[in-house]
Design a protein around this ligand. Structure first.
Ligand SMILES: C[S@@+](CC[C@H](N)C(=O)[O-])C[C@H]1O[C@@H](n2cnc3c(N)ncnc32)[C@H](O)[C@@H]1O
Length: 287
């Protein structure tokens, strides 16, 4: 692949090198083990009504990234020889390079049942507008990704959008808040934040290493600014192929803040479920 040296946008998701780096350092399904949780949830919800080709069970994974959660469902399905007949799966993200990798790495029972869609968590109605089946039975916003909705009012906009696309009655949205993004957490959860200059070997591109430096995380009010520099370097001739100044605004949360926020939106809070590193907040549409 040829990528010229250039300054990139500030996020972690907008080039093939960043996508590769993200998948190396981000929490994996092994480290957070949410895949089996979502698999059980899918089965429990699927049992509530009989889905048909005309009215399939719809899973929407918002901020799907490289499809980690959906691929986890795929692995669980493969283990018990289940297929996704009468299930339609949507992986939605606003970073096309993440979706490209998600699609490329879909090789199991999801094939033919999943659509990877470039869309926004803030406009889920637009995602559904073109689709035949518009009622989502299981909506997932995994692993604290809601922290990306860091501008005032964005979490509420998201929840209002959820209320527009969720199946009335049985549809459920599972929104995760990561323990590491709690403002008054009891213990520190380690994020990937190494000291000094660290080098990580690419898993995809031969001879490419990622050099990261200047990690810092400045907290201002309820926003954490996650900043570091990342270079993609050809280890053979030391050519810098890409230079990134990562700077991401991540919303931090008071415990149960999402519940009080939700009361001003079109969803109703159902329950909270403690995971190993996160809390899943469950919502349904307000009748
Ligand atoms: C922390 S990653 C999580 C990826 C994946 N869901 C997982 O669990 O590994 C957050 C993802 O949310 C996406 N994202 C951030 N803001 C978004 C928005 N407004 N709409 C859609 N996707 C968004 C990013 O592009 C990124 O892929």
């Amino acid at each position: 692949m040829t990528v010229s040296t250039q300054d990139r946008p500030n996020d972690l998701y907008s080039s093939p090198y960043l996508v590769d780096y993200y998948d190396i350092v981000a929490p994996s399904s092994q480290s957070v083990d949410d895949a089996s949780f979502y698999w059980k949830t899918y089965q429990d919800l699927k049992a509530l009504r009989s889905s048909t080709p005309d009215d399939p069970f719809v899973i929407m994974d918002v901020g799907t990234g490289t499809g980690r959660v959906l691929h986890g469902l795929e692995r669980n399905a493969a283990e018990v020889n289940a297929d996704f007949s009468n299930t339609e799966v949507l992986g939605v993200d606003n970073a096309q390079h993440m979706l490209d990798k998600a699609e490329k790495t879909t090789t199991g029972p999801l094939e033919g049942h999943v659509s990877w869609i470039n869309g926004s968590a803030l406009d889920l109605e637009a995602v559904m507008r073109e689709r035949v089946h518009r009622n989502t039975d299981l909506l997932i916003f995994s692993i604290g990704s809601i922290s990306h909705l860091s501008e005032d009012g964005q979490p509420e906009t998201f929840l209002n959008q959820v209320s527009k696309v969720l199946r009335p009655g049985t549809g459920r949205a599972y929104v995760s808040i990561y323990d590491g993004s709690l403002l008054h957490k009891k213990k520190d959860i380690a994020f990937h934040q190494p000291q000094g200059v660290t080098e990580i070997q690419s898993k995809v591109f031969p001879h490419i290493v990622y050099r990261e430096s200047n990690h810092r995380g400045d907290l201002e009010g309820n926003i954490k600014y996650v900043k570091f520099d990342l270079k993609a370097v050809n280890n053979e001739d030391q050519t810098i192929l890409e230079k990134n100044h990562i700077s991401m605004k991540m919303r931090q949360w008071e415990e149960d803040e999402l519940v009080s926020l939700s009361s001003k939106t079109g969803v109703t809070f159902v329950e909270r479920i403690r995971g190993a590193h996160e809390t899943f907040y469950v919502f349904k549409t307000t009748a």
